[in-house]
Design a protein around this ligand. Structure first.
Ligand code: RFL
Ligand code: PHB
Length: 386
């Protein structure tokens, strides 16, 4: 194992892996440190929706072959509430669609490509500190099999997600919001009952029907913030899904994965200090309702990859200096959209009847007004600032 590299990357999620891949294509060396095992990282079930910008990045950088073959292209979503169903036609409203392709598939494709290219991904290595970021000699302290060691770098990319160490090492201000509910998600062996995602607002709470393939569904339920899986036996999950989604044809199938995720919004500003740059969930978290997290992570590292390439080619620091500002424009738009979608579709646990009526009115507006539907559609498919 080397003890120095050009770019030290903490975290082998979509952000860290894609950055390492993009740098390699420009002849820039990197090492990725990942505290979990390869198996764990490849099995971790998370996001599923890719915006056009993300699919373009995967394809143009040579890791989109399986996504192009297996990804499901969707031209819209369905909204269900008060016994009604309405379709938001993204293609007609914006000219663009989305691709449903699991985050763990993106991660597998990137790991395979990095390893085939001789890339260094150190699994089961935990970064413990980032030092020297202000004096141009950054390093990452890490633990491997209980032994402490240091990796000297020219730059450090903190791609270590929402529970990593890089955000604290950067020490910037965070803007944050929590929500009084969580999402219970399952991956199940049952055919999707719809060819498009169904977002449902119901008096008992939000539900989402997504998918991974013609045989596998990905389903979510709004649950109370403090709920644990013990309170949700399988029979209760299926009953609640059928009721909230108004989907009698949804057949219970083997649950391959389950878990409860809190809803949270957070932005760290700025996303850089000295030689340390944050990307993805390390810098910002969105509630999953807008399907933005993985897309923001990929958009950040596209910019960071370009900025580092410009620095190594011509020692121009212009793109590095403006990295955070350029990312944050997209990030705050996605933060607003995600908070807005969350407020639109989740049942207020306090059960305020006035709020319920307002939500129904807004849902009717979004599904009947061309302007309002376009607002939803252009944000969902990814608004790049025009
Ligand atoms: P990740 O994927 O969390 O990767 C960070 C990696 O860093 C490692 N790590 C460390 N390694 C070494 N040393 C340390 N000290 C370390 N600390 C942490 C971790 O083990 C991990 O491997 O962050 P990244 O790359 O920024 O990617 C972000 C996305 O994972 C996230 O935004 C999305 O999953 C969010 N999200 C969704 N995003 C979408 O774009 N579309 C969706 O449809 C969508 N749905 C979702 C989601 C997230 C969900 N959950 C479970 C949080 C649905 C759910 C339920
Ligand atoms: C998913 O397929 O996992 C998914 C889809 C849409 C979301 C969140 C998650 O808003």
């Amino acid at each position: 194992m080397s003890d120095e590299t050009q770019v030290g990357i903490i975290g082998a999620g979509p952000a860290g892996l894609m950055l390492s891949h993009l740098l390699h294509r420009q002849g820039i060396a990197s090492v990725v440190l990942e505290r979990r095992s390869r198996d764990y990282v490849e099995r971790r079930v998370r996001a599923g929706v890719l915006e056009q910008g993300s699919t373009d990045l995967l394809a143009s950088s040579g890791v989109g072959e399986r996504m192009t073959r297996e990804g499901l292209v969707h031209d819209g979503i369905k909204l269900r509430f008060a016994g009604e169903e309405h379709r938001i036609d993204f293609r007609r409203l914006t000219g663009r669609g989305i691709t449903v392709y699991g985050q763990q598939e993106v991660v597998k494709d990137l790991i395979n490509q990095r390893l085939a290219d001789g890339g260094e991904i150190w699994f089961e290595v935990e970064a413990t500190a980032v030092e020297g970021i202000e004096d141009h000699e950054p390093s990452i302290a890490y633990h491997r099999n209980g032994e402490a060691a240091t990796l000297d770098c020219e730059f450090v990319a903190g791609c270590d997600g929402s529970h990593g160490i890089a955000r604290a090492a950067l020490g910037a201000e965070s803007f944050e919001r929590s929500y009084p509910f969580s999402w219970l998600g399952i991956l199940a062996k049952t055919p999707p009952t719809s060819d498009e995602l169904i977002y449902a607002y119901h008096e008992r709470g939000f539900a989402l029907h997504s998918m991974r393939s013609p045989e596998i569904s990905r389903l979510y339920l709004q649950v109370d913030a403090g709920d644990s899986m013990d309170q949700w036996p399988e029979a209760r999950i299926w009953e609640e899904l059928r009721l909230r989604l108004a989907e009698r044809n949804l057949e219970p199938g083997e649950i391959m994965e389950d878990g409860i995720t809190p809803m949270r919004s957070l932005v760290t500003e700025p996303m850089q200090r000295g030689r340390l740059f944050l990307a993805g969930d390390a810098a910002h978290i969105v509630p999953a309702t807008g399907a933005k997290g993985m897309n923001l992570a990929l958009a950040d590292v596209k910019l960071l990859g370009e900025a580092l390439t410009a620095w190594y080619r011509s020692t121009s620091a212009d793109l590095l200096e403006t990295y955070s500002d350029r990312c944050l424009q997209r990030v705050w738009r996605a933060e607003h959209f995600s908070a807005w979608m969350t407020a639109l579709l989740h049942r207020d646990p306090a059960g305020d009847p006035f709020e319920h009526k307002l939500q129904l009115s807004y849902l009717r507006y979004v599904t009947t007004s061309h302007a309002a539907a376009t607002t939803l559609a252009e944000n969902y498919v990814g608004f790049d600032g025009g």
